[in-house]
Design a protein. Structure first.
Length: 365
């Protein structure tokens, strides 16, 4: 049964397009490769690649924990981006896991866990922290020279503590989730919780600002993004205020409209333990999925009318990404699962991947 499910998922993924926060490339000569950051039982860090049947393609040991992964649009390489406040990101050959380059952050900078590559394949933009002015957000700009990255400069994110960066569908407009929290070098200690400045920024590649918007709660840190094919931006948050407060942990910016809270039912907001990990949009099915690992819950809503499609327990649910028929979800403690959202009742089917120890993001090529 599980083998048939894995084979079905392989077919689904091979035919899928770019959806949500995952990039699925058409590869006629081989099945999809799942990329993620994982730890082993001893706490050692790895950049890993797995086939859907659980076959390990590579497990490259790295010195620092990684967070998100972004692949090159033409070359068989990907950057495993250091988790905040890491200073090393790793360019890996996807064919065998060979470490091609360790990208060390510039002096007085550290990585924030996310990056994007321009559709031309020439430029990479990574969210970074200026530690001389703690929290001042910058996008480190890097240029590909063959299978190596060379630092070229940086541009401001027009905010503090940038976390995820994404593209609008035009492939030229950058979307930045500025978390609003100041941290110093080699530290995850928040310095300004009483004066946070979270924001959602749209900007051009030359660094010029298009728009900067905020939510109503100052201590609601904008973290992760998913972009619909129509340009809808969905953001999930981490609330840094008092434990008894209810926070707007999912927000949306539809084209031509303001950045505002997504209408999540009050009881669901209260169940999220003020923390979310990952969000994905399914443009064809008009769905949005979000994980809340501290609450051990996965949520799926209709993107247009906010009706609830799924509110289900899942231990330490982590990364979520859209595939042709629904969503794949990873777990820090349990099994990775596929949710077929074309069915009336959504039931998670376990995948033949190692259980647990997955980071908050998963990427397929």
């Amino acid at each position: 049964m599980l083998r048939r499910q894995a084979l079905k998922l392989g077919s689904v993924l091979l035919s899928a397009l770019t959806l949500g926060g995952w990039t699925l490339l058409r590869r006629k000569d081989q099945p999809p490769l799942l990329l993620s950051a994982r730890d082993d039982a001893d706490g050692q860090h790895y950049a890993v690649g797995y086939r859907l049947d659980g076959t390990q393609v590579f497990a490259t040991r790295v010195a620092q924990r990684c967070h998100d992964i972004i692949n090159h649009p033409e070359l068989p390489i990907a950057l495993f981006v250091a988790r905040r406040p890491g200073t090393e990101s790793y360019l890996v050959d996807l064919r065998d896991g060979r470490l091609l380059q360790t990208i060390v952050s510039q002096p007085n900078r550290h990585f924030y866990g996310h990056a994007v590559i321009h559709k031309s394949g020439e430029w990479l933009y990574a969210t970074e922290n200026d530690t001389t002015d703690p929290g001042r957000g910058v996008l480190g700009v890097y240029r590909f020279e063959g299978e190596r990255l060379v630092h070229s400069g940086e541009i401001s994110t027009h905010g503090i503590g940038p976390h995820q960066v994404s593209w609008l569908p035009d492939g030229e407009t950058l979307v930045v989730a500025n978390g609003g929290i100041r941290t110093e070098a080699e530290s995850r200690v928040e310095m300004n919780l009483d004066a946070m400045e979270p924001s959602l920024v749209l900007m051009r590649r030359d660094g010029s600002l298009i728009s900067k918007e905020t939510l109503g709660q100052q201590m609601n840190s904008v973290r992760h993004l998913a972009i619909g094919s129509d340009g809808t931006v969905v953001a999930c948050q981490q609330f840094m205020g008092d434990a008894h407060e209810t926070a707007e942990l999912l927000a949306i910016k539809r084209p031509g409209q303001p950045f505002e809270a997504f209408p999540v039912p009050e009881h669901q907001l209260q169940s999220m333990a003020q923390y979310t990990a990952s969000v994905a949009v399914h443009s064809e099915l008009r769905l949005v999925a979000m994980t809340a690992p501290r609450a051990n819950r996965l949520f799926i809503w209709n993107l247009d009318d906010a009706s609830v499609r799924l509110d289900a327990p899942m231990p330490d649910c982590a990364g979520v990404g859209a595939v042709a028929d629904g969503f794949v979800v990873t777990s820090g403690q349990g099994r990775c699962r596929l949710y077929d959202c074309r069915q009336e009742t959504l039931v998670g089917q376990p995948l033949q991947l190692p259980s647990g120890l997955w980071d908050n993001h998963l990427h397929l090529v």
